[in-house]
Design a protein around this ligand. Structure first.
Ligand code: CA
Length: 423
């Protein structure tokens, strides 16, 4: 459901519209770079996104490409509740878009609540302010903006629904552990997952003490929250398999749910690994690395991850680093491998996936073992981290610890359903 508004400089409007969106007015104020779009909506509630696109100066091919839209407000980049006349505003990011000869257009898209846009930004400062964007280029300031490492949580929708894939690693993968037994998995629904690990800046809003011990000159709040205590993140009296989606009162995730309306949780192990791989069956999301040339391997993995061989760069000891400084995976997720190890929902068992018929593990939406061979609540964490060697920085690598274990190696990222039931 898209409506497209064309503008050649300030020359006015031609437009096409489809389905639930119909064209209204369009104006550009060059003095303050403000675009105002009027439209009419007939299938609310839905989510409406706004993109600014250009086909000159930035791309010789002539294709329309999105450019950074700047700040969007009014009836766009959010859930719209009612039908009727609407007005959306966008402060265009770059002055060059309004130069003579530059062709620009505004694209409005209506998204069903059951199939929301690829990006969602949840504001920690203003309760319940949730914004949506159709692509990375339309995220105000770009996905690397400091806001998404401090005061807003940026989530990426993962297209997982009904895709059959292999969780775990094949025999012979270098560094493999027997608990990584390969098994076929399918997730029944798409979901949102954090573009970044949760940071110290984001944690600061919940009112709980910050357990972190590392800092960085001028940018400590952009380090991943570390030394995370599972009891404060999700709560130990509500281990997932026993209580469904309940979380402990007063925990970080409880705070986020109450203040934003978004039913955040940790990812299940399957959700975490599917998101990490971004379609890659290789040991990392940037290819295959073996032990044939360790120096080259360390250099290559160093492009995507912080681990024990490189995590002392620029500081006096090995430590966590600002989120988002390494290359992301193909879905734009940063630090899935390396930096902090990330809590998942599942209990850990080394043997559970080794005998699938005996374990009765469901193929669809697996949640891990209901109990384990240790009879203790070992919680899975994934992705390796700054404190361990390069050969553990793999998509299939699994670790675990007890919920009350506090170590500077532990952190997490958030997950949420991709069906918008919140305002
Ligand atoms: Ca990580």
């Amino acid at each position: 459901m898209r409506a497209v508004f064309f503008s050649c400089l300030l020359a006015g409007l031609s437009a096409t519209a489809a389905n639930s969106l119909s064209v209204g007015s369009f104006a550009v104020d060059a003095t303050n770079r403000l675009v105002t779009v009027g439209y009419s909506l007939s299938e609310a509630p839905c989510i409406v996104t706004l993109d600014i696109e250009t086909n000159t100066q930035f791309d010789a091919s002539g294709d329309w490409i999105p450019v950074n839209a700047g700040r969007t407000y009014g009836d766009a980049a959010r859930r719209v509740e009612y039908n009727g006349a609407k007005t959306a505003y966008c402060k265009v990011g770059g002055e060059e878009l309004l130069m003579p000869g530059v062709k620009m257009r505004v694209v409005l898209t209506a998204w069903e609540l059951s199939a929301p846009p690829p990006y969602m930004a949840v504001d920690m400062e203003y309760d319940g302010l949730v914004s949506y964007y159709s692509c990375a280029d339309s995220v105000p300031g770009g996905v690397g903006h400091d806001d998404y490492k401090t005061s807003k949580i940026l989530m990426r929708k993962i297209p997982a629904r009904e895709i059959k894939w292999r969780q775990g690693s094949p025999d012979g993968e270098y560094g493999r552990n027997s608990g990584e037994c390969a098994h076929r998995v399918e997730l029944s629904a798409d979901y949102y997952i954090g573009v970044y690990e949760v940071t110290r800046g984001q944690w600061a809003y919940c009112g709980l003490a910050d357990p972190s011990e590392f800092s960085w000159p001028g940018r400590s709040m952009m380090l991943p929250l570390h030394k995370a205590d599972y009891r404060n993140v999700r709560g130990t009296d509500k281990i997932f398999m026993r209580t469904g989606s309940e979380v402990g009162s007063g925990t970080f995730i409880d705070w986020c749910r109450k203040h934003t309306g978004v039913p955040f949780d940790l990812p299940s192990e399957a959700q975490w690994e599917f998101a990490c791989r971004a379609g890659s069956g290789n040991p990392t999301y940037r290819g295959y690395y073996g032990d044939d040339n360790q120096a080259r391997t360390i250099e290559d993995i160093g492009k995507i991850a912080w681990f024990s061989e490189n995590s002392a760069e620029g500081c006096s000891e090995r430590q966590v680093h600002e989120v988002g400084l390494k290359q992301p995976n193909d879905w734009g997720l940063y630090d899935m491998i390396g930096n902090v190890r990330e809590f998942c929902l599942d209990l850990y068992s080394e043997t559970y996936y080794q005998n699938l018929s005996a374990s009765s593990s469901p193929t669809v939406d697996p949640l891990g073992p209901p109990q384990n061979e240790y009879n203790r609540d070992y919680i899975v964490n994934r992705g390796g981290g700054f404190d361990i060697n390069w050969w553990k920085q793999r998509s299939a690598s699994r670790e675990c610890d007890l919920p009350h274990a506090q170590s500077n190696r532990y952190g997490f990222r958030l997950c949420a359903p991709a069906v918008v039931a919140w305002r």
